[in-house]
Write a protein that binds this ligand. Structure first.
Ligand code: C5P
Length: 241
């Protein structure tokens, strides 16, 4: 079985306070994109790389990763992944979707995701226990608001990437979630079903198909870089080996 990794890297650096795309922001002198790509290659379980680039930055991304297929990303992460899936080589059986924003996910973690896929799971994600107490709120609430109820954290995991899938399953999940899918797929009684909101990850799309997702232990170093504080923390992790 051959595996391709899609590195999602078409996001902006705005929340990080950078004018350039986040994937080009440097960590210890190396762009986040290259950190993520190196570890995928070092895992020894990835045969090819595809990268989603923000429109207008494709050439810069190609220069950083000459061996990767670079595709122009979409307006959302989900659209970016769909654009990359559309150009994958037909021989590819397994797909890893990995955020460039998680540059320090280790080669060992990447290999464990693929190992679980090869063992027969069709969708595999890393996750970590949650340490904060989590409460529900009205999703439209901005700041101070009523707490709607604490969710027992023992039953929660914070989900990371890389997320691994059998390719046919991920194709089906994205096809079902595509913005125009509602016009094709009729619900009970022939009424078109409403399009789901954009998913924040691919496992969510697979779950929407009713297919189980297998969770393996994640790692602290696979943290997602969103703010300048996250970047500083990643520098510390790198310095610590
Ligand atoms: O914005 P956020 O950090 O949640 O994005 C997660 C990952 O998805 C990032 O690596 C980002 O570059 C990528 N992304 C993308 N296309 C978008 C938005 C985000 O590839 N339209």
């Amino acid at each position: 079985m051959t595996a391709t990794a899609i590195i999602t890297a078409a996001g902006s650096g705005l929340r990080l306070g950078h004018p350039e795309p986040k994937a080009l922001v440097r960590l210890n002198g190396t762009p986040l994109l290259q950190h993520a790509a190196r570890r995928l290659v070092m895992s020894g379980v990835v045969d090819a790389l595809a990268v989603t680039a923000p429109a207008g930055h494709e050439t810069a991304f190609r220069a950083l990763l000459p061996d990767a297929v670079v595709v122009t990303g979409g307006a959302t992460r989900q659209e970016s992944v769909a654009a990359a899936l559309a150009v994958l080589h037909e021989d590819c059986d397994l797909v890893l979707v990995h955020d460039a924003a998680r540059p320090l996910a280790s080669p060992e973690l990447i290999a464990r995701v693929v190992e679980a896929l090869r063992a027969g799971h069709r969708a595999v994600v890393p996750g970590l226990p949650v340490t904060d107490t989590i409460t529900a709120v009205d999703p439209s609430a901005s700041s101070a608001t009523a707490a709607l109820g604490t969710v027992p954290r023992a039953g929660l995991r914070a989900v990371q990437t890389p997320q691994g899938f059998h390719r046919d399953l991920l194709d089906a999940a994205h096809a079902a979630a595509a913005p125009d899918a509602a016009t094709h797929a009729a619900g009970p009684g022939g009424t078109p079903t409403a399009a789901a909101p954009d998913a924040t990850d691919d496992a969510g799309l697979v779950e929407a198909l009713g297919v189980p997702v297998w969770l393996i232990p994640g790692e602290e170093s696979a943290l997602k870089i969103t703010t300048a504080r996250d970047l500083a923390l990643a520098e510390l992790l790198l310095a610590g080996g």
